[in-house]
Design a protein around this ligand. Structure first.
Ligand SMILES: Nc1nc2c(ncn2[C@@H]2O[C@H](COP(=O)(O)OP(=O)(O)OP(=O)(O)O)[C@@H](O)[C@H]2O)c(=O)[nH]1
Ligand SMILES: [Mg+2]
Ligand SMILES: [Zn+2]
Length: 392
């Protein structure tokens, strides 16, 4: 595409040269330090470095803290704002590319209406993805730039190791550190024992927790560091929002009794939102999920079943399906009682689900967007300096 002076000045998606002075101030404070408002949402030197080519185009940084239909709530260097997408971004974006809660984005003030528009997404440090619900094969980004993903499951009937394998695999694949929380430990007398067993099996930290008795609350404190982003995922009714409120010391999210008949939740939380906790950590609460469809989690699945992957290397056939083939090392381990047959079935199912998917363009699209933003930034600064068109 060609970018020239005409397009640069006329396009509502680009900041006018007049805006430059004020826009630039939002990236750094008066003494060159990053604005406290951004730091409070997790902005650090590494983000500032990543952002610098985008800043060169006059875009200002912000973090997506909530998402509603077609509208994003962002935290900027000057407080919170509601933002939509620039026309160009919308045009280029594929579903997996849209801003998600936790994303750091580059924004411009529209020349049309003064409203904030998102024009670029910074490459994500972690991405929690699922296969979108519904008949069409697609991907949904549930959370971006999360450091620790808390997979919450209740000790009160919800506990299902097969579901945990799915969540933990997705958490691993996301690039965040997965931690399993067994909630409502006050309703169970073997919470700690089950936590220890599951931790061995899944090879991730597992903590039995109760917001009522306080059990486990001190254990999880070590993941709460100022500037770190933690996310809560899991089925409805397991107590995610209750935990958030307890940590915040105030009711940030509404919570509701689960149903008596089947101890299922009522899908009380209906949107994803990032909150600041008193100690400076950031916590993302999400609506309870009915199911978590896997998307591109081959690495995550293999890590969750690392013992089986290791055994599989000793199967006689390289493409062994671990069903009826002779010389199958995994089946031998099952027969000898060293591997739980249900884990083998789960491994086969999850691997199959991942293998079914087409190769995943969407996972790499975020880099494409960022690349576009940098190319535009370069073309734009050249066109401004030299007052002539430039091919980017
Ligand atoms: N006994 C017990 N109940 C709890 C605990 N934590 C939460 N609950 C109860 O579990 C119910 C559901 O809690 P929520 O926090 O709304 O659950 P949620 O996971 O946010 O549910 P969704 O928003 O629908 O995904 C509420 O009635 C809470 O009081 C706990 O530690 N012990
Ligand atoms: Mg909730
Ligand atoms: Zn085998």
């Amino acid at each position: 595409m060609t970018s020239n002076v005409g397009a640069g000045e006329g396009s509502p998606a680009l900041p006018s040269s007049q805006d430059q002075g004020t826009e630039a101030q939002a990236t750094t404070g008066p003494d060159g330090s990053p604005p406290a408002d951004l730091v409070a949402w997790g902005w650090d030197e590494a983000w500032a470095a990543t952002f610098s080519p985008v800043a060169a185009a006059g875009l200002t940084p912000a973090r997506v803290i909530a998402q509603h239909r077609g509208q994003w709530i962002i935290a900027t260097g000057r407080g919170e704002a509601s933002a939509s997408l620039t026309g160009r971004f919308r045009h280029e974006a594929e579903p997996g590319d849209l801003p998600a809660v936790g994303d750091w984005v580059g924004c411009v003030a529209s020349l049309h209406d003064g409203q904030t528009r998102i024009d670029a997404i910074l490459p994500r440090r972690s991405t929690f993805l699922r296969r979108a619900a519904g008949p069409r094969l697609g991907v949904q980004v549930l959370a971006a730039n999360v450091d620790v993903i808390f997979v919450a499951t209740s000790l009160n009937g919800d506990l299902n190791p097969r579901r945990l394998e799915r969540y933990v695999s997705t958490g691993r694949e996301s690039g965040a550190e997965p931690v399993v929380l067994l909630t409502k430990a006050d309703l169970s007398d073997d919470g700690d024992a089950r936590a220890a067993g599951l931790s061995d099996e899944l090879r991730v930290p597992v903590v039995a927790l109760s917001t009522r008795s306080g059990q486990g609350m001190r254990t999880i404190a070590r993941w709460f560091e100022a500037g770190r982003t933690l996310a809560l995922v899991g089925s409805s009714g397991v107590g995610k929002s209750t935990l958030l409120n307890r940590l915040a010391g105030e009711q940030l999210m509404v919570t509701r009794e689960i149903r008596d008949d089947d101890s299922r939740g009522r899908h009380t939380t209906s949107h994803r939102e990032l909150f600041r906790l008193p100690g400076g950590a950031l916590m993302l609460d999400t609506p309870g999920m009915r199911e978590l469809g896997l998307w591109g989690t081959e690495v995550g699945v293999d890590e969750t079943f690392a013992d089986l992957v290791e055994l599989a290397a000793r199967c006689r056939f390289a493409d062994c399906s671990h069903r009826l083939e002779p010389g199958c090392a995994i089946r031998a381990a099952v027969s000898a009682g060293r591997v739980d047959e249900r884990r083998l079935r789960s491994y086969r199912r999850l691997s199959h689900e991942v293998a079914e998917q087409p190769s995943i363009a969407a996972r790499h699209a975020r880099e494409r967007h960022f690349g576009n933003a940098i190319r535009r930034a370069a073309a734009d600064s050249i066109s401004r300096k030299e007052y002539r068109g430039q091919d980017s």
